[in-house]
Design a binder for this molecule. Sequence first.
Ligand code: XMP
Length: 333
Amino acid sequence: DWVMGNYVDEAVAKIREQVGDEEVLLGLSGGVDSSVAAALIHRAIGDRLTCVFVDHGLLRLHEGDMVMDMIAGKLHARVIRVDASDLFLGKLAGIHDPEQKRKTIGNLFVDVFKAEAAKLKEAGGGHQGVTFLAQGTIYPDVIESGGAKSKKAVTIKSHHNVGGLPEQLGLKLLEPLRDLFKDEVRELGLALGLPREMVYRHPFPGPGLGVRILGEVKREYADLLRRADAIFIEELRGTVDPATGKNWYELTSQAFAVFLPVKSVGVMGDGRTYDYVVALRAVQTTDFMTADWAELPYALLKRVSSRIINEVRGINRVTYDVSSKPPATIEWE
Ligand code: XMP
């Protein structure tokens, strides 16, 4: 719209002024904030932006390809995709504790990103070397890390923390979304031509499927979970609530499948199965501090369950999580 159009021009001018003729590095996660930051900075400085997208092997089905298609394919931005799944899954072997898994993933992530950044700081191959690190920090992040709130907050789960990265890398910080609320970031994303589906995505945790596979993470589990999760999301998007005209993906704040590494007995044809369990989680919330489990229609749950059990060999039981936050958390780990 007109107002956002003006905002884009102003934001682009500001970035050009700040960056001059230097080069920028941005860590792309595939989430809304980093994608919108990438689109905006690319609009301002084109190929002097390089995005690094680290695939830790714990992304959702086809997510890596989708991110590449959107940012490199459609926006024509420079993106380096780092396939680090062997590294991550290797390091996660034998680790069961959720916090330990988060730390392992977080630390590895920083290591991999730093190694890529070091390469890009070197001039060569037609570029002068990056001097800026861009981050998709938005206004609520600014308040949270600066205000009194963070001191009091009890750490229940350690989140992906990339604080202090610019200093460690010797790069200047560029945060073009710092003044914006989430809704404004979404508007901006649309104005920059990002697809609606991307701009209105549910949040996805930094450690990804690493905290949606209970206990030890294994590639086999991640592969099963990805397929079950994709079926759930597809059905949520495809099922419209007649009362609101919205689909159930839009009507929920976060929805996903969780892999339970326990086996239960089932029957299939005239055979007995002994396979894994998947739990479906869907919540409604405005702040993610408290959340209600979503009252999804039974017909939808039924379709999702039968599709997962029929289409994903290795899973023979699907359950629905009816716990609210608190006392349960949204993620299972
Ligand atoms: P919980 O499970 O604590 O989740 O109710 C609240 C919100 O935070 C997200 N979450 C994370 N995000 N790294 C992240 O980047 C994490 O380690 C992490 N743990 C939880 C969760 O998806 C939900 O949106």
